[in-house]
Design a protein around this ligand. Structure first.
Ligand SMILES: NC(=O)c1ccc[n+]([C@@H]2O[C@H](COP(=O)([O-])OP(=O)(O)OC[C@H]3O[C@@H](n4cnc5c(N)ncnc54)[C@H](OP(=O)(O)O)[C@@H]3O)[C@@H](O)[C@H]2O)c1
Ligand SMILES: [Zn+2]
Ligand SMILES: [Zn+2]
Length: 333
């Protein structure tokens, strides 16, 4: 039996929940969970905000642990190895996206917490292709958030070939945003943090930003006209996207990572006149996760974390919802 924490209804409290996972499938591994970050997507899924949650629902997709069992045919991982698991637990492996190495764009990829039980548990299972080794040089208790939040903000730097001379802004300095500041600084970019929390402005500079602006202050946004090559939005709320568009240089890109539910309202002329772009992306492929882990280890980029025990999971979720967490909440056994 796997001992987990599950909610039985949208917004419900998490309660102890046991399930029988059955025999381990070929190609799968079982991970003994040591730590698991709480991503805002866990909360959105818990509340069924995206209309795809199955109950009982076990959240958790920023897992760090050790391999406790390997299924038939698993060649890439061994029992006892330290690993991480993120948003995807499986890929079809044969579609054009998978065949091109863009597994995270696979239309048949399986989410770790979509139609299966996630990492708020003593064990979790996934296809071995989606599980990435974690080097000893990274602190296991802090590394979980790299596997969803971290890869999500790192992936655009790889996808869009961002150069060290680029000027990049990050909107929202939460779980995703604070890791973005560290990655962008190490990448060599000039980094600007847009935050709605005055108390984070000084901290953002310590996390890697060179400058900070208020994400809800029209005048500060207006004064940044024509400044950025790339903006990464990590907020899940509607902001004045038209105003942000004008802070981009010609050919600049406004890139959405945060799952804002309201449609984006934009004037077409601000795109046409300066040949600007609007885009979005989900997490990253296993190979990009591997590269990110290597980059994080080399540059000593670690998530800034607050720690709770698994049996304090409901308090931990409240802490994330309060908006005061600095900057990612992690559960540990
Ligand atoms: N694309 C993907 O693959 C992917 C992967 C993981 C997560 N996500 C999504 O990314 C989003 C962020 O996740 P997270 O875990 O980083 O969440 P988080 O830790 O809660 O951070 C979100 C940040 O947004 C800002 N914010 C919140 N409410 C705001 C408001 N009313 N006005 C302005 N700013 C506001 C806050 O930053 P400040 O205090 O600095 O303003 C907050 O820290 C979520 O929607 C999540 O579902 C997407
Ligand atoms: Zn996530
Ligand atoms: Zn595929």
């Amino acid at each position: 039996m796997i001992r987990a924490y599950a909610a039985n209804e949208p917004g419900g409290k998490l309660e102890p929940f046991e399930y029988d996972p059955g025999p381990l499938n070929a190609g799968e591994v079982e991970i003994k969970v040591e730590h698991c970050g709480i991503c805002h997507s866990d909360i959105s899924m818990l509340n069924n905000e995206w209309g795809m949650t199955a109950y009982p629902f076990v959240p958790g997709h920023e897992v760090v642990g050790t391999i406790s069992e390997v299924g038939d045919g698993v060649e890439n991982l061994k029992v006892g190895q330290r690993v991480g698991l993120g948003w995807h637990a499986d890929y079809c492996t044969t579609c054009p996206s998978c065949m091109s190495g863009d597994h995270n764009l696979c239309p048949d990829a399986t989410g770790t917490i979509i139609g299966r039980h996630g990492g708020f548990a003593d064990k979790v299972r996934a296809n071995s292709l989606s599980v990435v080794p974690l080097p000893e040089s990274l602190d296991a208790s802090k590394a979980g958030p790299l596997f969803c939040g971290g890869i999500t903000v790192f992936n655009p730097l790889v996808q869009f070939d961002i150069s060290p001379t680029s000027k990049v802004a990050v909107i929202g300095i939460g779980g995703l945003g604070h890791m973005a500041l560290g990655f962008l600084n190490a990448w060599g970019c000039e980094v600007t943090a847009f935050t709605s929390s005055d108390s984070k402005r000084k901290e953002a500079l310590e996390l890697g930003a060179h400058d900070t602006l208020n994400s809800r202050d029209e005048k500060e946004i207006e004064a940044a006209a024509g400044r950025f090559d790339l903006i990464l939005s990590t907020v899940n709320v509607k902001l004045d996207w038209g105003a942000y568009m004008n802070t981009l240089k010609p050919k600049g890109r406004l890139h959405f990572l945060g799952a804002t539910l309201e449609p984006i309202e934009l004037g077409v002329f601000s795109l046409i006149a300066a040949q600007r772009q609007v885009s979005g992306s989900p997490v990253g492929s296993p190979e990009t996760i591997r590269k990110m882990i290597e980059f994080a280890a080399l540059h000593k980029i670690e998530p800034v974390t607050e720690h709770f025990k698994f049996d304090q999971v409901n308090e931990a979720i409240e802490r994330l919802e309060s908006g005061d967490a600095r900057y990612r909440v992690v559960l540990s056994h």
